[in-house]
Design a binder for this molecule. Structure first.
Ligand code: IMP
Length: 422
């Protein structure tokens, strides 16, 4: 279990921050391997709440090495602001390493993210507008700037000049303000200098940690259903949050990964647009949203809520090779009047057990539910599985049966201590 991947198995916001923080206590290294500051990992301890966006969740422990690996897209300005905020909250003693190969999110990526969304009208994805998609696009178009580039004045100047030729054409085409080389160059050069002590080839660092048999926690952002390859395309993010992207996003080969822990809410939520077969509205949705504080950490948007979807869960567990599940926000279901789990979909009169590849077919999928028994009891102070109400245990057993995966952790509140281990 020394190399553990924590991965969201829904549409993000499963509570990965809490579990990563919980598990980070026993880790030597915590690694972010994809995504950027579109993530919002909320961590609560000692009565304080911290919201992390691009900084790994091990940052609170001075002994842990925190790595922002090559698979990430990093907004240096936002990352430095995050560190400043942590600093103002008393978090000053930490170890942070930033990959010289990670992609840089530039201001034109943020402008383009907004413009692409606006151009889609009713079909907008509902991105976080942090420039994630456009930054990954440039990486794959090979006109991206990488963190290491910021340390080499001449090389960076050339890379930025080349990128601006294309980017300014795009900005102009979309009716946006073009960007001048000089101020952008000086600003990002300065960020490079500020980050310089942290910048290195993180694949070497991680390889050395593997050789020492250190405990490494790979911290996924978003969720498998938002995966660019295996998610509900095109309403997805632009990276792969799955376990299978850890090797590519870090430089650590698959053979070194020991365990994938799938983080799964006891129900489903989704922010942004896209089909959501088990979505609820009315009083029940309101009940869950308010009890679960289901509002985006990054954007503050109210999250869409629904009953647990195990077609999506099985898909994610299969794609990500999930070894065990952590069921999060389980306490939110106490007192609920109606409780169901989706087992299959009905698509055009046929019962199916897979995620269709097109959005048009996915939008036609209707959930098939089993109805579960409910419980009234507040479970936030329970620390042992056996002490849970019988109905709550039945709900968990049903998830295990439908997901074909064991549950190893159950979270009954936001604090580190409100965790049941099995
Ligand atoms: P982007 O990652 O900002 O490009 O947004 C693409 C889609 O992923 C949108 O539907 C976002 O709401 C969603 N998304 C991105 N990051 C997160 C996250 O951390 N939690 C939940 N949804 C996210």
């Amino acid at each position: 279990m020394n190399r553990l991947v924590v991965v969201g198995v829904q549409w993000g916001d499963e509570g990965k921050g809490k579990m990563t923080d919980y598990l980070a206590q026993n880790s030597d290294v915590v690694v972010r391997y994809q995504g950027g500051n579109n993530a919002g990992h909320t961590i609560a301890f000692d009565g304080q709440k911290y919201a992390l966006q691009s900084i790994p969740s091990g940052i609170f422990n001075p002994k842990i090495k925190n790595v922002m690996a090559n698979g990430m897209v990093i907004n240096p300005q936002a990352a430095l602001q995050e560190l400043e905020k942590l600093n103002s909250m008393g978090i000053r003693d930490y170890k942070l390493f930033v990959s010289d190969r990670a992609a840089v999110i530039m201001p034109y990526h943020i402008a383009l993210d907004g413009a692409y969304e606006a151009s889609k009208g009713d079909n907008m994805i509902g991105t976080t507008k942090k420039g994630i998609g456009p930054a990954y696009t440039d990486k794959y178009a090979r006109i991206g700037i990488r963190i290491g580039d910021l340390l080499d004045r001449e090389y960076f100047a050339q890379r930025l000049k080349d990128a601006l030729v294309v980017k300014n054409m795009e900005l102009k085409m979309l009716g946006l303000q073009t960007m001048e080389f000089e101020p952008l160059f000086e600003e990002y050069l300065a960020y490079g200098q500020q980050l310089k002590p942290c910048i290195c080839d993180t694949s070497i660092l991680l390889y050395n940690e593997v050789k020492k048999d250190s405990k490494i926690l790979f911290e996924g952002a978003q969720g498998v259903m938002l995966c660019i390859e295996h998610g509900t395309y095109p309403f997805v993010t632009s990276s792969s949050p799955s376990t299978i992207s850890v090797p590519l996003g870090t430089g650590i080969p698959p053979k070194y990964i020991d365990h994938s822990l799938g983080i799964c809410k006891a129900y489903n939520t989704r922010v942004g647009a896209g089909a959501f077969p088990t979505e609820l509205d009315g009083d029940l949705a309101h009940y869950i949203r308010e009890r679960g504080h289901e509002y985006g950490t990054v954007t503050g948007r109210p999250r869409r809520v629904g009953f647990l979807d195990t077609v999506a869960l099985r898909h994610s567990c299969r794609i990500s090779g999930i070894d065990s599940l952590a069921i999060m926000l389980f306490d939110v279901l106490s007192g609920i009047k109606e409780l169901k789990i989706c087992t299959h979909y009905e698509l055009d009169g046929e019962i199916i057990d897979y995620i269709p590849s097109t959005l048009s077919a996915y939008s036609r999928c209707k959930p098939i539910f089993v109805t579960m028994l409910t419980w009234e009891q507040d479970i936030t102070n329970i620390r042992k599985f056996d002490d849970l109400p019988e109905e709550a245990k039945l709900y968990l057993y049903k998830i295990e049966q439908l997901a074909e995966t064991k549950i190893s952790h159950i979270s009954v509140g936001p604090d580190r201590l409100q965790t049941i281990e099995r």
